[in-house]
Design a protein around this ligand. Structure first.
Ligand SMILES: [Zn+2]
Length: 97
């Protein structure tokens, strides 16, 4: 339920003008904050993917030193850590955190 920020009257969700004071009621701020949050999450996930790519590159560079099994374990470990982090972030968002 939305409230007029000028007079405090209760407003229907989709109302554009307040029926009490007639001022234009824009709830865009709330939506923008929500978008910012999801954008931040996408950027964090993108950064995580970049870190994973860097890990993979580093692992490829160490290819001569490390055995294939260790490299695969490192990649899987990195992916698992990234997935867990992304899951925690998304969980926090869905809880309205
Ligand atoms: Zn009003």
């Amino acid at each position: 339920m939305a409230f007029c920020k000028y007079c405090g009257s209760q407003l229907p969700e989709d109302s554009v003008f307040c029926s009490s004071c007639g001022k234009q009621v824009v709830c865009e701020n709330e939506h923008e904050q929500g978008n910012d949050k999801s954008q931040q999450t996408e950027e964090q996930i993108r950064a995580l993917h970049q870190q994973i790519d860097q890990l993979k590159l580093a692992n490829q560079q160490n290819n001569a030193k490390d055995s294939l099994g260790i490299i695969v374990l490192k990649i899987i470990g990195g992916l698992a850590a990234a997935l867990i982090l992304a899951f925690i972030i998304l969980n926090g968002l869905s809880n309205g955190f």
